[in-house]
Design a protein around this ligand. Structure first.
Ligand SMILES: *Cc1c(COP(=O)(O)O)cnc(C)c1O
Length: 214
């Protein structure tokens, strides 16, 4: 199947209530253009430099999401145009995003990435710091925390993945009314149907749309 048909299959399955973020990391501009021509407008990238380069080369009506680990000293490069940052894992990072948003006279929407996996390699806020971070974010006038994001453990064990996604979903349900959250970003190529069954409304899919990475 080509990129256009895969996208349309996924969109048919997820319906209107779930957003598909096409993950661009290590994919060629040609493939991304193919997705664009198939109507895809939301793209997510892991690396700041790639995000800036790809945004420059592709049409301007794309909504660019930052989904990879973000260092504070690189926020300034994406602050002028990024639509959503999924990977906020500290208050310090949130404060820097606020500062850069002020410089660019805009409001930047963010998700707090929560550490839900049972392995050391994944980043994110510890669950016990989540509420304090949501609370502190209220005083930053130029960032808006609109939801939560999580990555599950890299495993074939679906029960474990479901348990981790369920954990994040419960936190989302717990906080969504008080903190006005509307986005729960979880699910990738291998597990997005499971993530949606656990409550996800934004999935980040790369390799099953574009094939294996360069
Ligand atoms: C790479 C990546 C994805 C997409 O992974 P695939 O398995 O290619 O769909 C989603 N989210 C994040 C944070 C990623 O780094």
């Amino acid at each position: 199947m080509g990129i256009a048909s895969i996208i349309s299959e996924i969109k048919k399955e997820i319906g209107e209530s779930v957003t598909l973020v096409a993950v661009t990391k290590k994919q060629s501009i040609d493939k991304l253009l193919e997705a664009y021509q198939a109507g895809q407008r939301v793209f997510g990238e892991n690396y700041v430099q790639e995000l800036v380069d790809k945004a420059e080369q592709l049409p301007k009506d794309i909504s660019w999401h930052m989904i990879g680990h973000l260092q504070t000293n690189k926020v300034k490069y994406i602050a002028p145009f990024v639509q959503l940052i999924h990977s906020v894992d500290s208050l310090k990072l949130l404060q820097e995003i606020d500062k850069q948003a002020v410089k660019n006279e805009r409001m930047i929407e963010c998700l707090l990435q929560v550490y839900i996996a049972e392995e050391d390699s994944k980043t994110g806020l510890e669950i016990e710091d989540l509420e304090a971070t949501l609370e502190a974010a209220k005083s930053l006038a130029h960032v808006k925390v609109v939801g939560l994001m999580g990555m599950s453990t890299f495993t074939e064990n679906e029960a474990q993945i479901a348990k981790e996604y369920q954990k994040l979903s419960t936190l989302y349900e717990q906080y969504k009314t008080v903190y006005h959250l509307s986005i729960l970003s979880m699910g990738m190529s291998g597990d997005w149907p499971l993530a949606i069954s656990c409550g996800s409304n934004m999935i980040r899919v790369g390799s099953s749309i574009f094939g294996s990475r360069l």
